[in-house]
Design a protein around this ligand. Structure first.
Ligand code: 9MR
Length: 369
């Protein structure tokens, strides 16, 4: 949890309850909650959470409860969070807090993430041989996926495997995992995850595949090539997690995005929007807060309206619910007041939330013929 949310929660204690009560915030939308609305078309809605969100009863936790059917740990299940130093003890306590809270509140959990080149245990950046994989990486996947085999319904098995700028013909990111096994590390990770968590749906999670710019086209090409290889080889991959860090400065082309979704459908894969939020502050000059929020919502509408047209889309997760807690705010001085999530700093619903609610309410079922 960010300092800003801590401050906010502390402030809540001294304010009249109704000011920040999520139920009253939600009543502005007069709806059953985003999770319930998404369920009407056979989908889920969720948000990233932190273990600290569940420290006692608080307005933010209640909002996570009323609006979400799915939660995902923003940090606690990453390898470096579980094991700060390579080969050291594993500490499951923070992750277990989220698992227990999800069970208490009847939420389904996405698991994020088994392999990511960031947030590694100290020392893991030096792993480079197949023996390293056997000694450290394979047991990590087996242990974590195995421990949460009944708790996690969808795993982001590999996060951010594609990076055309790294220069490889396969467009894959050069990471310690790649150094250990070459491009086959992805298939191996999925096989290990499937063995440890046989009923979980297994996702490749990545970003920057929805805008028209050339660099995103290259990323789409890299991802589709990798997914096609995995599917053809019979690797147990079930879907693409599309992070969905939208940006009002980019160019959206509906046809380009539709084509990409069609390619996923053709491969028999599902799609989850896994980390939705909007960067708008660097492009905000001269606009009122209200206009900025409406612009962020319009960005969400453009992309999600197309995604919701696809039967491949299983659900949408935002990367936090309130701007007070957004990682985007920490990205640089021009981002300090970014308006990119469904609730503002005071936990009041924004046009982003209204847009999600109306899209979910008006979408036909993904199972309709
Ligand atoms: O929002 C997450 C932040 O709290 C963590 O400190 C950070 C490092 O673990 O990861 C952030 O989430 C990232 C996600 O795991 C992968 N896609 C990009 C997200 C924003 O950096």
């Amino acid at each position: 949890m960010s300092l800003s949310r801590r401050t906010l929660l502390a402030a809540c204690a001294g304010l009249p309850f109704a000011t920040l009560d999520p139920a009253s915030a939600r009543s502005a939308g007069q709806d059953a909650g985003l999770g319930a609305l998404a369920a009407r078309s056979g989908r889920y809605f969720g948000a990233a959470v932190s273990s600290i969100d569940f420290a006692g009863d608080n307005a933010y936790a209640r909002l996570l409860d009323t609006d979400c059917s799915v939660w995902v740990a923003s940090w606690e299940m990453k390898w470096g969070a579980l094991m700060p130093t390579l080969g050291g003890a594993i500490d499951f306590r923070a992750a277990d807090v989220i698992v227990a809270a999800a069970a208490r509140h009847g939420k389904r959990l996405r698991g994020h993430t088994l392999l990511w080149h960031e947030h590694l245990p100290a020392g893991a950046e030096r792993l480079s041989t197949p023996a390293d994989w056997q000694r450290f990486v394979a047991p990590h996947i087996a242990t974590v996926a195995g421990r949460y085999r009944d708790a996690v319904f969808e795993w982001d098995v590999v996060n951010e495997a594609i990076e055309p700028y790294d220069g490889g013909a396969d467009l894959m990111r050069r990471t310690p995992f790649y150094a250990m096994l070459g491009p086959d590390y992805v298939a191996e990770a999925f096989r290990l995850a499937a063995e440890a968590a046989p009923s979980a749906r297994l996702y490749l999670n990545d970003d920057h595949v929805y805008y028209a710019e050339d660099w995103q086209e290259q990323r789409r090409t890299g991802l589709l090539r990798l997914l096609e290889r995995l599917v053809k080889a019979g690797v147990p991959v079930h879907g693409l997690g599309m992070q969905g860090h939208l940006d009002t400065r980019r160019r959206f082309d509906e046809q380009v995005f539709r084509r990409f979704l069609q390619s996923l459908e053709d491969l028999g894969l599902t799609l989850a929007v896994t980390e939705l939020d909007v960067t708008e502050a660097p492009d905000a000059s001269g606009r009122s807060l209200d206009a900025r929020r409406r612009r962020a919502a319009e960005e969400v509408r453009k992309v999600l309206a197309v995604a919701l047209d696809s039967p491949a889309l299983v659900g949408v997760v935002t990367w936090g619910l309130s701007d007070a807690d957004s990682w985007l705010r920490k990205r640089g001085p021009d981002m300090f007041d970014n308006q990119g999530l469904p609730y503002d700093d005071a936990l009041q619903p924004t046009p982003f939330r209204e847009t999600l609610a109306s899209l979910f309410a008006s979408t036909r079922s993904r199972h309709a013929s």
